[in-house]
Design a protein around this ligand. Sequence first.
Ligand SMILES: Cc1ncc(C[n+]2csc(CCOP(=O)(O)OP(=O)(O)O)c2C)c(N)n1
Length: 646
Amino acid sequence: MLEQINSPNDLKNLTLKQKEELAQEIRNYILEIVSENGGHLSSNLGVVELTIALHSVFNVPEDKIVWDVGHQTYVHKILTGRREELKNIRKLNGIAGFPKTKESETDCFNTGHSSTSVSAALGMARARDLQGKNNACIAVIGDGALTGGMALEALNDAGFSKTNITVILNDNEMSISKNIGGMNQFLDKLRTKKLYTRTNKLIKNRLNSIPVIGTKMVRIIQRVKRAFKQLLVHGMFFEDIGFTYLGPVDGHNIEKLESILRLSNQIEGPKIIHVLTKKGKGYTIAEKNPDRFHATSPFNIETGEPKKQKQDDYSKIFGKKLVELAKNNEKIVAITASMKDGTGLRTFQKEFPKRFFDIGIAEQHAITMAAGMAKEGMIPVVPIYSSFYQRAYDQVIHDVAMQNLHVIMCVDRAGVVGADGETHQGTLDMAFFRLVPNLVIMSPKDFRELEDMLEYAVKLNKPIVIRYPRGGEDKKTKFEKHNKIKLGKAEILKRIDENLKFKNQIIENQTKNGQMEKIKNKPKLSIIAIGKMVSRAMNIAEKIQDKIDVEVINARFLKPFDNQTIIECIQKTKNVVTIEDGTIIDGLGTTVKELISDNKLEGIKIECFAYPDEFIKHGKVEELEEIYGLDENTIISKIMSQFNLN
Ligand SMILES: Cc1ncc(C[n+]2csc(CCOP(=O)(O)OP(=O)(O)O)c2C)c(N)n1
């Protein structure tokens, strides 16, 4: 069946039984691919029937379906002509793991960050109305994403707008972990209202028995239905803010789904369809552990065990150290925006349940709430992925930094993260945080330095950013020395041998024509790096030190920056290279360049290695580093040619 589906049109003539068979084939196909490549599993297994029903009833690309977060679009990609391409999903030059407008016209809007779908679909609906068109505009949003402020802002506007928009609430009671919050409690009331469902069934049967439904009839039904609902569910929030609520409907029953979608098509104005699904549906191991299989590395299908054993990573080290610090300091609290596992807070939650707060996918709220807690004497620690910190930028400025509050903002997944691609790359945080007055910004070179920085941050009564990458330490460099952290002080890891400076050293270098050339005085170079790039700088220094006198400086702090140490180094060597895993704009390189020009340092050559001013595509981190010239070999060869030593 799967082989025959090359576009949504191929779906439209299938019988119900064929669609059910297709659903099973799609599940197996996704399971095979994700177990090989890694990726988002349980959310995709949960929306197979929903996606089939949507594409059976609606016509993309004319009708617009906006997928919130977009991690659950593998089925959509299969049904919209990308079945074969799915084998290379998330790989370099393969299709993306999220919807991309440039990939297919059936992906009507890029997503990746949560809770944007209702705003985007409402925008499209309003554009449609202004242009006199009549296509459907649909947002598919999870109950997790519904905890995000943006989704609630959009519902507020959409309900009032009276325009034709359909919100499909894909309710599996899970965010990545168990969903939380008042909205979840409210949905719980709806989930369990059997009578409510019966009312809907009644209406649906009535509607199904009428071949063409007149608008007047629909209006009457809507009125009756609303009256029923008000009786059955106290404070029917969605209806009260202007939506027609339909459901709940079994999200694994294609027939029921199609009929409720058709019904919604007949109803004017904003509609919300409450669809109940099971995360991981059809793969028992994922059904039992939906959070573990939300996003997974390659695994064995029979056992569910990962193919490669997980190594320690920065998030885990952060979590462990925080628990240790919290044991001795009752003021420490931890806040997560629905990412307790990803950010390493699971043990903290177990050990200190009262001091742990999962506040939903609501980064903005997380930061302002942290500011409130800090104002009243607690020490909030808020690990959020770099790209999701973008959401909370104003809160960092307005609520934390401006009031100079002691909030420890841990920027996890900083730098390039790999397969999740452009929406998830954390290359912008140094640039956008550097602009903010009062912030202290630091980044550790290894696990041990992260622990030291965290310990230091707990004592430092200031707004603090600590950024660290996805994954583990660089195995090639083992740092023996760990100098004490001092505010705004860099660490010199490798010094130029001062004695050698005056020896007229002669080294031999093979030139192209085979002659031996003698070079007097080795050139000198300062390599300044920050965070994970410090170990790269050390590896590079090892490899070039017999041709160049190198010193390596671990900047540690982007702000306050160690102007004095850096100026001293630069003046000695006159040649500088900076290496960072962030954008070229406004990070470490820019800081050093500004230092050179502000202090009118003359005769200095500087080359900055960083990501270009563009959105970084998906692929393995090592592949992307090579493409963007941040790998060891490219940096070495550029340094060599700078000194004509190639
Ligand atoms: C702004 C933002 N914060 C965090 C995330 C990480 N994230 C990806 S999916 C997800 C859970 C989404 O839950 P839900 O919307 O219910 O979808 P489900 O996976 O359950 O289908 C989270 C927290 C994100 N994508 N965007």
